[in-house]
Design a binder for this molecule. Structure first.
Ligand SMILES: Cc1ncc(COP(=O)(O)O)c(C=O)c1O
Ligand SMILES: [Zn+2]
Length: 440
């Protein structure tokens, strides 16, 4: 059995130290002192992290570059296929667009669509989770997911020889259940919404005594995701002042805040970016709660005042967390960062994805289109300012959603005779695409 020499967990509520994953499991994943279930990972020694971030010698570009600061003891337990070895790109066409609105900013994107396992933001967390479970010889794992987490976990658990039981809501994309099933893992399409899928997953895990993921604040997901901060430090001349992401449960901002806090004393010169969190308007409970709180100047207890939408009607089920139980944590973080939570008209996602594909050749999925669409809305609403360094998380590629890809067709012409075939004017097409963006 592994011994946890490099890290321990700390209870977020009472500060009690927990030796590591083994002790956490033996306590039934509840703090032995206060009984709460939210913990954070603390490493005994951070010296070396700064030089590793900037090291030219280290040839590993995956999240496993940061092995010494991930909660896995034995390197042989690593279950990996290159996750995190993705581009940090500057997208000048977005900077030019911002400049046309008199906002001079840098715009960068973090290309999670390039993740080799399932092409999403979820591969990193799934790689670490599978590795830790393998280290502890865990044979069965349960997850509730709006879709992409289920796919990523299915891939990595299969690679680790672990059985996965994934509960997805009724409206999950066909690709999401196919992406679990074709690895021979079990997917339950729950007749109901994500909240019901979560409830059933918990009951199922209790019934069989199986381990279930800890959700958005699960330390394994948070620890893996926070490596994005190290990657930005490594690849960008300046640290982002704005972080834009499509929001479902909010693991992204939790992970970023954690990384920044823990490296505060290392002289890495990064501070909390303003979190601009975007929800599709078909399911935007956090954006609605935020708008209400903002209109009332954040009255006492605003963090606990949020709506719950049952069976939300959205084209983007991947982001459909109708019961935003993490709002107290996310709302607080966004507020502290000086950021905002707002919605994007999801009927415009195709226009965004077409413009991005035209300008960059990148095929972005529906959840990524929400994040990108949020960029245009943020510019218009003065949430992005002169001098900002904006980082946009491209959370998924088009391979996640063949249905969405199909809906991007806009230059097809049905023909039966050659004289019907019209020429294309790409300059005109480009103008039309941008006219649509201008109206957002
Ligand atoms: C592609 C993509 N982007 C963004 C998110 C939202 O992630 P979170 O709110 O957990 O940080 C998800 C969640 O499923 C996703 O799949
Ligand atoms: Zn405690």
């Amino acid at each position: 059995m592994a011994t946890t020499s490099k890290y321990c967990f700390r209870c977020v509520s009472c500060g009690k130290t927990i030796d590591g994953f083994g002790q956490w499991l033996s306590c039934g994943r509840q703090c032995p002192k206060c009984g709460k279930d939210r913990i954070e990972t603390v490493y005994h020694d951070y010296s070396g992290l700064k030089s590793l971030i900037y090291s030219k010698e280290c040839r590993v570009n995956t999240i496993w570059r940061y092995f010494d600061w991930l909660p896995l003891e034995n390197q042989n337990s690593t279950v990996s296929c290159g996750e995190g070895d993705i581009s940090v790109e500057r997208w000048k066409f977005l900077e030019e667009y911002a400049a046309s609105l008199n906002i001079n900013c840098q715009v960068w994107v973090y290309r999670n669509d390039e993740n080799c396992a399932t092409g999403t933001f979820k591969d990193a967390g799934a790689s670490l989770a599978a590795s830790v479970l393998k280290e502890y010889n865990i044979e069965n794992y349960v997850v509730a997911s709006t879709g992409n987490v289920a796919n990523a976990f299915a891939f990595y658990m299969s690679k680790a020889g672990i059985s996965l039981y994934a509960f997805v809501p009724e409206n999950a994309l066909a690709m999401n259940s196919a992406g679990v099933s074709y690895y021979g893992q079990r997917v339950f399409r729950v007749l109901g919404d994500y909240a019901k899928a979560k409830k059933m997953a918990r009951e199922f895990a209790d019934k069989h005594g199986f381990l279930i993921t800890g959700g958005n604040t699960d330390p394994l997901r948070v620890e893996a995701k926070r490596t994005m901060v190290f990657d930005w430090l490594r690849n960008m001349p300046e640290f982002p002042t704005v972080y834009l992401q499509a929001l479902s449960g909010g693991t992204g901002p939790v992970a970023i805040e954690k990384a920044i806090r823990e490296t505060e004393d290392l002289g890495l010169l990064c501070k909390l970016p303003r979190f601009l969190m975007v929800q599709p308007d078909g399911c935007a409970p956090m954006a609605d709660a935020w708008a209400k709180a903002k209109a009332r100047s954040f009255p006492e207890g605003w963090q606990n005042d949020y709506p719950v939408y049952n069976n939300p009607d959205t084209k983007i089920p991947t982001l459909a967390t109708g019961n935003p139980a993490t709002y107290p944590v996310i709302g607080e973080l966004v507020n502290r960062s000086g950021g905002d939570i707002f919605s994007f008209d999801e009927s415009k996602c195709e226009d965004v994805a077409r413009a991005v594909a035209f300008e960059t050749l990148a095929g972005i999925g529906p959840a990524s289109s929400v994040a990108l669409g949020g960029f245009f809305v943020a510019l218009k609403n003065s949430l992005i300012k002169n001098g900002d360094v904006v980082m946009i998380n491209i959370g998924e590629g088009l391979n996640r959603a063949p249905e969405f890809l199909k809906s991007l067709t806009y230059t097809e012409q049905k023909v039966s005779r050659t004289d019907e075939c019209e020429l294309i004017d790409r300059k005109k097409l480009q103008r039309e695409l941008w006219n649509k963006i201008n109206l957002m």
